[in-house]
Design a binder for this molecule. Sequence first.
Ligand code: FAD
Ligand code: N01
Length: 555
Amino acid sequence: MSMSAARPAEDEQPVQAYDVVVVGAGFAGMYMLHRLRGLGLSARVFEQGSGVGGTWYWNRYPGARCDIESMQYSYSFSDDLQQEWDWSERYAPQPEILAYANHVADRFDLRSDIQFDTRVERAEFDERANTWKVATSDGKAVTAKFVVLATGCLSNARMPDIEGLDRFKGKVYHTGEWPHEPIDFSGQRVAVIGTGSSAIQAVPVIAEQAKRLTVFQRTANFSVPAQNGPLSAERRDWFRKNYPDVRRFAREVSRNGIYTTQPDRSALDDGDNERRARYESGWQHGGVVFMAVYNDVLLNKAANDTAADFVRGKIAEIVKDPAKAKLLQPDSHPIGTKRICVDTGYFATFNLPNVELVDIRDNPIEAITENAVRVAGKDYEADALVLATGFDAMTGSVAKIDIVGRERQTLNGKWAEGPRTYLGLMTAGFPNLFIITGPGSPSVLSNMIVSIEQHVDWIADCLVHMRDKGLATIEATKQAEDKWVEHVNEVAHNTLYPQANSWYMGANIPGKPRIFMPYIGGVPVYRQKCDEVAANGYEGFAMAAAAQRQTAAAS
Ligand code: FAD
Ligand code: N01
């Protein structure tokens, strides 16, 4: 795709000037727009999809739902909103989360400032005017004093490089770009490639419909049951009544932005029976909080092994065929170092007579033919192919935009060895360009709506500060960025996370630098750091009034 085609000619006047351009209309872009409106700033949101909701607009595969309880995986910025919206299940299904996103867009009248079906293709900083020129896929351009990338961390679907994929005569679906019309697999032979969170949600539902389902597994994955079910009126009321405490806890106390008990002991503090009982209670409670039964599961390999063994034991109990159970038991990474999966009946699905598991760890898929997936010379025939092969995470959607900062440096050039940011919010050399839940922030390691709201509020406060002080530019200094990147790496390497070939590490994308991208220091520590930085006059950022030449940022 040529980026230059959409670039405005030198003498062409941009049609419209805004205070802020926001890229993306998921939960981040929507809330950003709401805050900007409240500040009286002019804003334009560009969204490549035809509707709001981001993740929940694109990921419509069967079984898609959140894995943080909906009473918590929801906006907190409006008490009226959180009091009035009814979630039907503990973990709402995708159509309901999308309906919620649409409700928010209507309730806060957001649509008039969102331009749908429009990709931002290029953004270039004009150092003389201190503005960004933003070129879009409709061949137009606008200018803005600030650009906010609300482009999402899991929004750039990754198509696998498998020979012959384009030859396949049946339908091919990627979980992250699922069609909008209902897909009925009844009577079909379906092949699913991948066993990450998306596949683990989709497989049990597809198995109910398909005549035959073949799952191609490269890496067995840890999954815990969601223990999903209808949300009781009592539980809903409890949350509604306790929201001030619940939300405060998520922001200020909980490492991952989830209201839950904080583990206070090591997995090695307990004997076998006591430990098993605690894991069993976590398993019965359901969901990602299983990882918080003890405080050192992600820090200490011996502690981690106890949790991993417990889950492997559960898989052996659930899956009747011992050979299949063995294949499904993960043994290549510590539990939790790839995103823990949350399922409804995933392992039990492999007891069904119409479901087959094909191990491709040592025998990768050789090719896709017109009607089959070929492994070790054997053809597994299929009418439809479901690619649950994930995303170019955290940086993929940013990298697709041609971003040019000071001295014509490109962001892709700067990040060639891995993303570098200060606080995940800005990157040196790219003034007035903010990233929401960017690499270097807790982001994907947290309840993302908590992290989105924190970033949006921080950016909004920063813009007010700049307006009050008559400042035209803000940018991360190189020193602050270097120090932060070092800190992010140091904290990550004190954990077991870097041991897995995960998308957190960029390891799922051939050639992508292996850097642990999110910040693992925890939501409260991070929030405090961001607040302190702001309170200390935006320490680590260089700010300048219109006429001043920035020097600090370059030093
Ligand atoms: P997105 O929702 O990804 O929105 C970004 C938007 O930007 C997209 O609509 C995209 O089209 C648009 N965009 C990107 N580039 C451009 C461009 N150049 N021009 C125009 N538009 C562009 N997180 C949790 O905390 N809990 C969960 O339970 C959970 N479940 C998930 C389930 C699935 C299936 C997936 C894939 C992710 C899940 N996540 C979950 C993570 C989820 O991505 C975030 O919670 C959240 O929805 C992200 O919101 P966002 O607005 O930052 O990004
Ligand atoms: O993607 P993934 P995902 N040949 O990257 C395999 C969020 N999310 O879409 O592990 C064969 O995790 C790959 O194998 P391997 C959540 O944050 C949340 O499932 O690389 N296989 C892996 O098994 C999640 O972590 C929910 O060896 C290939 C799979 O495809 C993130 O989104 C639901 C292959 C990809 O797994 C991404 O999840 C869904 C190839 N060429 C998503 N290429 C909730 O429940 C890739 N694979 C809230």
